[in-house]
Design a protein around this ligand. Structure first.
Ligand code: GAR
Length: 197
């Protein structure tokens, strides 16, 4: 069983998928706390409905270092195996990441990104891919490193774009892939850790 902190910024559908996978025993994990940089994030309501510990702190009026320091202070109450980013729309600084360095040298911080990286990094990746006109899109689960959207890829899953897709139907297909892929990859990590290669 892995002990995780889930970081969100908004809707929380991936958080919900992780909560459901744990409830269904498809994922051997315990969510110790849910962190949000937006106190109005819908995902916080989902977390609270499930009785999870939450911590919301906006970065407004703070430096990145001050904001991360507050989060680290909260996280220090728990013994965590991994940080799981689920739509957390802030970059984590090297100073933050070093607190989660593994013996093997990688950071124990996992992210899901809505594209087949290295294509379409950054924000609004479904829209980027849709506007570009891709026929095949996808989702990536990867480790975080010091470079945005560039860490070691743990898993990728493609999905098609259909001729009659709107951005909404395309995005919905991608989110369904995310909701099955992320818990499945986390379960692999719970069982086997992170493969060295
Ligand atoms: C998801 O599509 C996730 O992949 C994406 O934000 C959305 C969050 O949705 N993450 C990124 O773009 C990270 N760069 P959710 O709050 O419903 O899980």
């Amino acid at each position: 069983m892995i002990k995780i902190a889930v970081f969100i910024s908004g809707r929380g559908s991936n958080l919900n998928a992780i909560i459901q996978a744990i409830a269904d025993k498809r994922l051997s994990a315990k969510i110790e706390t849910v962190i949000s940089n937006d106190k109005d994030a819908t995902g916080l309501i989902i977390a609270e409905q499930h009785g999870l510990n939450t911590f919301a702190i906006s970065q407004k009026g703070m430096t990145r270092a001050q904001h991360e320091e507050k989060i680290l202070e909260h996280l220090s109450k728990f013994k965590l195996d991994y940080i799981v980013l689920a739509g957390y729309m802030r970059i984590l600084s090297p100073d933050f990441l070093k607190h989660f360095k593994s013996e093997q040298g990688y950071y124990k911080v996992i992210n899901i990104h809505p594209s087949l990286l290295p294509a379409f990094p950054g924000i609004d990746s479904y829209k980027q891919a849709f506007d570009y006109g891709v026929k095949v899109a996808g989702v990536t689960v990867h480790l975080i490193d010091e470079n945005m959207d560039r860490g070691k890829i743990l898993a990728q899953e493609p999905f098609p774009r259909f001729g009659d897709d709107t951005l909404e139907t395309f995005t919905q297909r991608g989110l369904s892939v995310e909701h099955s892929l992320y818990p499945a990859v986390l379960q692999q990590i719970a069982k086997h850790g992170i493969e060295k290669k």
